[in-house]
Design a protein around this ligand. Structure first.
Ligand code: G6P
Length: 589
């Protein structure tokens, strides 16, 4: 979703802003822009589409202070006029905004009556004009007055023509300030800046950062919206890890698929014996998330319920938060999010706060969710491809570790078996990755269709849902997923000769039933691709044979399906790492 970067220092801001924006590209965007202050005042350049379009028109921009933005359209179509930065009417202010101003219509009419004209269709432009409206020479006063009028969520980068400082303010949307020896930066996430600095101030909601360069050194003052100065500690980010570039891989997604054995091993090492105090004395669980994280939640429900007998509910965060869920004080709300910034997941967590225990499975250190629920980290390393792979499987691993812990507490003998299997999981995943050649060979069959159906039972259903999502998000093939027993209740009417059905069948106890469901679709002419650790080749047109595992085979099936989605998308010539319309981190509702 939208990305913010800002710079103040003694160098030309433009290439530094481009570099930061490039590092934010993975979040998903459809237009971009920068604003710098030069001798003539504020200069803004914006363009539709990819960053290379902006670089073409803005490379000669200069100035030592600047802000930049990648926009993922919400209010107004993705074109240059709606791209950020937005300039205030007098030309005194430029702003970049992440989030949504919910009362923008009311503010727009307030400003229109007072002579302000709008050039964009965005909610954000009101902020630039409000700054103008309240400005009488004191930028901070103008920012305080403006923020008091805004309803909604915002991370803002602000520059003023008359002022040699860089300003940032945050409410709900993430924003950090990075400091190096002689320069300072702002960004919507640390990853934009980790090649420049590892020292950050992580702003909390209602905080304003005023950044200047004094005697060649960066100086930051953080205050609240009442103008009171706040003392903040800096956070030292991990050194840049394995994900700085694609290496020899053609896409980040493939690289991240292959990083799974190491990511799983790292996460297991960190979590196997870590204290998980949020698990003590709980009677039931609600696991929530969005997108793939919801699929992890669903798999968690099947696995934890089946193995421990605990009452577990899995929910889509955006639904959970508004359906007035029944929560008991002995419940645990477990939120799952790779980024830790997904607005609906945070919202759902806040609904449960003060009613029951809250914990979260998160990959990004110090992300917003970790400040409102006890974090149980995954150690996937940073994930760049929009379609999650190692982020998802490390979430599953943590859910299996939670299962293990619950079994251990009860002295259940299966704990030992599960622990052994988790320890061997990195090897099993590495084995599953050896299937790539075979999967690549069958990918043209799927690539030539516009629809595919996925079926599975139990935890395989959760795995099939994730597999269908993976295929549709990167290959744009419509992929529908059903519990294997449910397909016949309506959707089977769509199955005809040649329809592609991917069947995941890794649960011995449910195998015969799933095989029957495969036979049902085969009888109607479907072309069936099986993903299984059993020999079901007699009912499949193609079988992807994943390694045997008693508990974790749905994870191995997911890995095989990731490779299938990747090769199908490749065969269709899609932009695999940056699929259209999608954002990696969805910070609005
Ligand atoms: C977006 C991404 C998905 C992701 C979902 C939740 O929709 O495209 O891949 O699963 O957000 O993200 P989170 O960071 O909360 O796991």
């Amino acid at each position: 979703m939208c990305g913010i970067v800002g710079y103040i220092g003694n160098q030309n801001a433009t290439p530094i802003l481009f570099n930061g924006l490039k590092r934010l590209e993975y979040r998903g965007y459809d237009s971009a822009g920068i604003a710098t202050i030069d001798s003539n005042g504020i200069s803004i350049k914006k363009s539709e589409g990819r960053l290379c379009n902006l670089i073409q028109i803005a490379s000669s921009e200069c100035g030592n202070i600047g802000i930049g933005h990648t926009r993922w359209a919400t209010h107004g179509c993705p074109d240059a006029k709606n791209a950020h930065p937005h300039l205030s009417q007098s030309g005194a202010f430029a702003i970049v905004h992440n989030g949504i101003i919910e009362n923008y219509a009311e503010l727009k009419s307030f400003l229109s009556i007072r002579g302000f004209t709008f050039v964009s269709d965005t909610d954000s432009e009101v902020i630039a004009h409000l700054l103008d409206y309240y400005y009488d020479g004191d930028v901070i006063e103008a920012i305080l007055a403006t923020s008091s009028r805004l309803v909604g969520s915002y991370a803002l980068g602000i520059i003023c023509r008359d002022d040699h400082r860089l300003f940032a303010i945050k409410k709900d949307s993430p924003l950090v300030v990075g400091l190096s020896k002689s320069e300072a930066y702002i960004a919507s996430d640390m990853q934009a800046l980790t090649d420049k600095t590892r020292d950050f101030y992580i702003l909390d909601s209602g905080e304003i950062a005023i950044i200047s360069i004094v005697g060649g050194l960066p100086k930051i003052r953080v205050m609240n919206t009442r103008g009171k100065t706040i003392q903040k500690d800096t956070y030292r980010a991990e050194a840049e890890g394995e994900t700085a570039d694609k290496g020899d891989y053609p896409h980040f997604m493939l690289k991240e698929i292959y990083e799974q054995p190491a990511a799983i091993e790292r996460t297991l090492k960190a979590q196997l014996n870590a204290p998980l105090p949020f698990l003590s004395n709980i009677g039931g669980m609600h696991i929530i998330g969005c997108g793939s994280a919801y699929h992890a939640a669903l798999m968690g429900k099947y696995v934890i319920e089946a193995l421990t007998g605990m009452r577990v509910n899995a929910d889509i965060a955006s639904e959970f938060r508004y359906r007035n869920p029944r929560l008991q004080s002995s419940d645990l709300l477990l939120a799952i999010s790779q980024s830790g910034e997904t607005a609906d997941t945070i919202g759902a967590c806040l609904v449960a706060q003060n009613k029951c225990k809250t914990a979260c499975i998160v990959n990004v250190p110090e992300s917003s969710l970790t400040h409102i629920a006890s974090p149980m980290y995954t150690y996937a390393g940073s994930e760049v491809a929009v379609a999650t792979t190692k982020g998802f499987t490390t979430q599953l691993l943590n859910l299996y570790v939670i299962t293990l812990r619950l079994l251990q507490k009860r002295g259940d003998i299966r704990a030992k078996l599960l622990q052994d299997e988790l320890t061997a999981l990195p090897f099993a995943i590495a084995k599953a990755l050896e299937l790539e050649g075979q999967i690549k060979n069958l990918s043209p069959i799927v690539a030539s269709h516009e629809t595919a159906y996925f079926i599975g039972r139990g935890a395989d259903y959760a795995s099939a849902k994730e597999s269908a999502l993976k295929l549709k998000e990167i290959s744009y093939i419509h992929a529908d997923c059903y519990p294997a027993g449910e397909l016949k209740h309506g959707t089977i009417s769509l199955i005809e000769k040649g329809s592609v059905v991917v069947a995941i069948a890794t649960d011995q106890a449910l195998l015969d039933k799933t095989v029957s469901n495969i036979i049902e679709v085969k009888a109607r002419g479907a072309f069936v691709i099986g993903i299984s650790c059993f020999d079901i080749s007699h009912v499949c047109d193609k079988l992807i044979s994943i390694p045997q595992a008693q508990y974790t085979s749905p994870i191995l099936a997911s890995v095989a399906a990731q490779l299938l989605a990747y090769h199908v998308a490749l065969a269709r010539g899609c932009d695999i790492d940056k699929p259209r319309n999608l954002a990696k981190s969805v910070t609005v509702e």
